[in-house]
Design a protein around this ligand. Structure first.
Ligand code: F0G
Length: 367
């Protein structure tokens, strides 16, 4: 019958993707007076990783929470929408952050939408190219400091004490509130909280935020608390070593941090959840990063792969039960395009051939 034939020319209804504040209004410190500064962040996919499950030879369900699909390419956007909206509500003229890159990319994008100036203080030469280009194209005032991230954070904190600028690093509680929504999304997608959550730890705001989210879900909906498995890079592992690392080192520049601002909160998340904060080497990070890309088609920046690297390490060392009956989630915090140099340096360059069909067929191994 004519009426039942789908009409290609009829535009399909497009579902509006709503941002974190609209989606989680009731659990965030916002009111009808808060101007909503959003890029439709959040609602990132929870991807089932069956290829990796097979390689690992495990029986649990393995999921990847791909936070690199947020508007500026990292999980920071969840917190930034709340932090910048609240700054706008208070009439702030400028926001400031210290950053290993992603916070600066996010802060500068949200500040533009709010019509607020953004100031970004970064460690010189230690920011992946993609992130720096984001802050610059969004018109942030970018200042590179001859010092590491920890020093940059000290500087911006002191500036905020003396000048009329709003701090949007994760010590701003609005950042934590926004970022906790990722725990809600995971619980909604699984219909339950996961048994274990593996994630990278840098300045330790994100593990603090997830733990807050899970504790709320436990109190309000009686969902079980997951075990939090946080991973620092071996050359930048102050929480693991129990002391400040003066000269942190790692190829995972996003988590190259020697004195995390939310150190105590990260320890609480670890202890209250019966979890761990441990370290993974750069080699383990890069191997996990490659696995995610060439087995699951998920391209992340190296720091993000610390989560999966941690899971691999625990399985390999016999510290994690491959037959665990439940859901295991690895958080993938940032997109691979943030750090294209790392990918290009790691894989071999493509061969260049004459412009003939035969050459392309032969070189590509087409049979
Ligand atoms: N993964 C990525 C991609 C990050 O950018 C960061 C932190 C982390 C993990 C660690 O999260 O600090 O909450 O423990 N990046 C911050 C920045 C420090 O300035 O962009 P955390």
């Amino acid at each position: 019958m004519k009426n039942n034939v789908p009409q290609k020319s009829v535009p399909q209804k497009v579902n509006k993707r709503i941002g974190v504040i609209e989606r989680y209004f009731d659990i965030l410190p916002v009111s009808s007076k808060t101007p909503v500064i959003t890029l439709s962040e959040g609602s990132t996919p929870l991807i089932k990783a069956d290829n990796l499950k097979k390689i690992l030879g495990v029986n649990f369900n393995l999921y990847l929470k791909y936070e690199g699909l947020n508007p500026t390419g990292s999980f920071k956007d969840r917190g930034m929408t709340v932090a910048v909206s609240k700054a706008a509500e208070l009439g702030a003229k400028a926001v400031i952050c210290a950053s290993t890159g992603n916070t600066s990319a996010s802060a500068s994008a949200y500040a533009v939408r709010a019509g607020i100036k953004s100031i970004v203080v970064i460690p010189e030469g230690a920011i992946a190219l993609g992130k720096l280009s984001q802050a610059l194209i969004h018109g942030a005032e970018v200042v590179a400091v001859k010092g590491n991230f920890d020093r940059c954070l000290e500087i911006v904190i002191e500036i905020c004490e003396n000048y009329d600028v709003e701090l949007v690093n994760s010590i701003n509680p609005n950042r934590i509130e926004g970022q906790k929504t990722a725990a809600y999304e995971i619980a909604e997608a699984l219909g339950d909280t996961p048994g274990y959550q593996f994630m990278p730890v840098g300045n330790a705001g994100n593990i603090t935020a997830y733990w807050k989210g899970y504790k709320e879900l436990n109190e309000k909906r009686n969902l079980k608390l997951p075990v939090m498995m946080g991973f620092q890079a071996a050359g930048s592992a102050p929480i693991v070593e129990g002391k400040i690392v003066k000269d942190p080192r790692t190829i995972a520049t996003a988590i190259k941090i020697g004195n995390p601002a939310s150190w105590k909160q990260a320890e609480s998340a670890r202890d209250e959840s019966d979890g761990v904060i441990d370290k993974v080497t750069d080699e383990e990070i890069l191997s996990a990063w490659q696995n995610l890309a060439d087995r699951e088609g998920v391209f992340v920046e190296p720091a993000s792969a610390a989560s999966f690297a941690g899971l691999k390490k625990y399985l390999k060392e016999g510290n994690f039960d491959p037959d665990f009956r439940g859901n295991v989630v690895c958080i993938l915090t940032g997109h691979g395009l943030k750090d294209p140099d790392r990918a290009i340096d790691t894989v071999s360059r493509p061969p260049v051939v004459e412009d003939s069909v035969d050459k392309v067929v032969e070189t590509a191994g087409i049979k």
